[in-house]
Design a protein around this ligand. Structure first.
Ligand code: FE
Ligand code: ZN
Length: 520
């Protein structure tokens, strides 16, 4: 096909979609044009889908999904045709190329890049629980931090304080925390508080009711309202969101691997797969030339919690445990992580299966339970969530407990696409915006869960599926698991994705995935 015919194939596809009432996001259009460019520069491949076919499949997928939206964005394209539209140059392939066994053994050479680590914010050292009476203090801190975030947005600067809002006529924007919400005879009424007062807002139209239903309690929003006969009617809801910025990258090529949810101690822990991974990062065993270069430039291993399966985490867990002693479980973790070469630096945060406070923010796993881990020279134990910088790249590591709540309450999301749920957190600028469901939150003097600084990489685990995406300039990674499907997950219909490891080049923020579940 010539350049022109690619262009007309794209426009025919777009016309068809528009004719069916779909809208196409400019970013999605860019992706399509990019693919056209790519195809025009090489010979046509037998059986590759035409642009018309691509659009039809995307529309069918959307029609089948629970979300009724008729807007097609880049994630729709990427999710329907991941092999055509890699959002962040994801390459998946097993480590298959054999080297001759002579050079394949022996320790990996010293890494050619210098490590540069800065822990920006770890809640472990600054946790001051206040007791149940401390919640007003927590929400005051949340409001203040959110106000600073909103002040940086154009809409934030047009906000009117609640005490100054004209309730008789005109439109205004008010910002604050959603305090309560209740259905009324013909709509939804909710209240929003700022530091000058409280306003009751009514959502009547179907669109406004949908917006009001999606707001989480205690979340910070900007509400666009219209005054009418002494009442404030909801017109629109604006999330705090993250701005578009340029991500920071390292000067030299340097790699970081992201793990989570090892669940050591569970009888479903996939030890063989994890051993293959340990061999790989040590530069031993079967390794391709490309991977040899990655391993040589590998410097960091980030572990996003649930390193053990724990004890008594859910009813009847003992029947799924290979080791029922929590101390021994951490001993087993240390035995494995001892095999990580000394020149690699590890960072570990806890998850809900770990032996530390359950309420967020979680302090690091204490020495009391994990003495052998604390003794490893190349590991840094951190709280959940923690913000740290590796060679200038900021990483927000968060276990992901609240993703359950986001998945349960946001229409159109699923466990297969954990990165979409992580975007909800970035838009809310809070790692646990939904209060009162399954995520316990501690009453703290300071709200450590506000995403104050926009991270270059947002890492989570917990849901046991792998997801990689980019939202604005932030790379989103959910790093899967090393545990096979549990009875609990089978009941919920959740299929985990164990043994698939995201590896990030910190100089470009490109992601590669490596497979360790099956031996090559
Ligand atoms: Fe887990
Ligand atoms: Zn978890």
């Amino acid at each position: 096909m010539s350049n022109l015919s690619y262009a007309s194939s794209i426009s025919r596809a777009l016309e068809e979609a528009l004719g069916k009432g779909y809208q196409i996001d400019p970013d999605a259009l860019k992706l399509l044009r990019g693919l056209g460019e790519k195809r025009k520069s090489r010979k046509p491949v037998q059986g590759e889908p035409s642009f018309e076919t691509i659009m039809r499949e995307v529309m069918e997928t959307k029609a089948r999904s629970k979300s009724p939206s008729k807007a097609i964005d880049r994630s729709d394209l990427v999710n329907t045709f991941p092999e055509l539209f890699d959002p962040v140059t994801v390459t998946t392939r097993a480590t298959v190329v054999m080297r001759d066994s002579q050079s394949a053994t022996g320790p990996s050479p010293e890494s050619p890049v210098e490590a540069d680590v800065e822990v920006v914010k770890d809640p472990s050292s600054s946790i001051h629980p206040t007791g149940i009476e401390g919640f007003p203090q927590l929400f005051k801190s949340r409001y203040e931090k959110m106000s600073r975030i909103l002040a940086e947005r154009p809409e934030g600067r047009q906000v009117t304080k609640i005490s100054k809002v004209n309730r008789d006529k005109g439109a205004s924007k008010i910002a604050g925390l959603v305090f309560s919400r209740k259905p009324t005879k013909n709509g939804i009424e909710f209240t929003i508080d700022d530091d000058t007062g409280s306003a009751s807002i009514i959502a009547l139209s179907p669109e406004a009711r949908k917006l009001a239903a999606e707001i989480a309690l205690d979340q910070c929003i900007i509400a666009e309202v219209e005054a009418s006969q002494g009442r404030l009617m909801l017109k629109n809801v604006i999330q705090p969101d993250i701005p578009i910025k340029t991500a920071s990258t390292s000067k030299k090529t340097i790699y970081a691997v992201f793990l989570s949810d090892l669940h050591i101690g569970s009888n479903k822990f996939l030890e063989g797969a994890f051993n293959r991974f340990l061999e790989w990062i040590s530069g031993r065993g079967a390794i391709s030339e490309e991977d040899e270069e990655i391993v040589r430039r590998l410097k960091y291993v980030i572990i996003g919690g649930d390193v053990v399966d724990g004890v008594g985490v859910f009813p009847n867990q003992e029947y799924e445990l290979a080791e029922r002693d929590i101390y021994k479980q951490y001993g087993m973790v240390a035995e494995k992580l001892k095999l990580v070469p000394q020149h690699l630096q590890m960072f570990m945060i806890p998850g809900n299966h770990d032996a530390t406070r359950q309420a967020l923010p979680q302090p690091m796993i204490p020495k009391k339970y994990a003495a052998a881990l604390h003794e490893l020279k190349n590991i840094t134990m951190l709280g959940d969530p923690t913000l740290f910088k590796l060679n200038g790249v900021s990483i927000l590591a968060y276990h992901g407990r609240s993703l359950d709540d986001v998945l349960a309450t946001t229409p159109g999301l699923s466990y297969e696409r954990p990165h979409e749920a992580m975007k909800v957190l970035l838009r809310a600028r809070h790692v646990a915006p939904i209060f009162g469901l399954r995520t316990p939150i501690a009453p703290e003097v300071e709200d450590h869960l506000v995403i104050e600084e926009v991270p270059d990489i947002f890492h989570a685990g917990h849901v046991h599926t792998v997801g990689v995406d980019k939202y604005k300039s932030t790379l989103i990674i959910n790093s899967g698991t090393w545990q096979a499907q549990t009875g609990y997950q089978a009941n919920l219909g959740i299929s985990p994705r164990p043994g698939l490891v995201p590896i990030v080049n910190l100089a470009t923020l490109d992601v590669m995935l490596r497979e360790f579940l099956v031996s090559s």
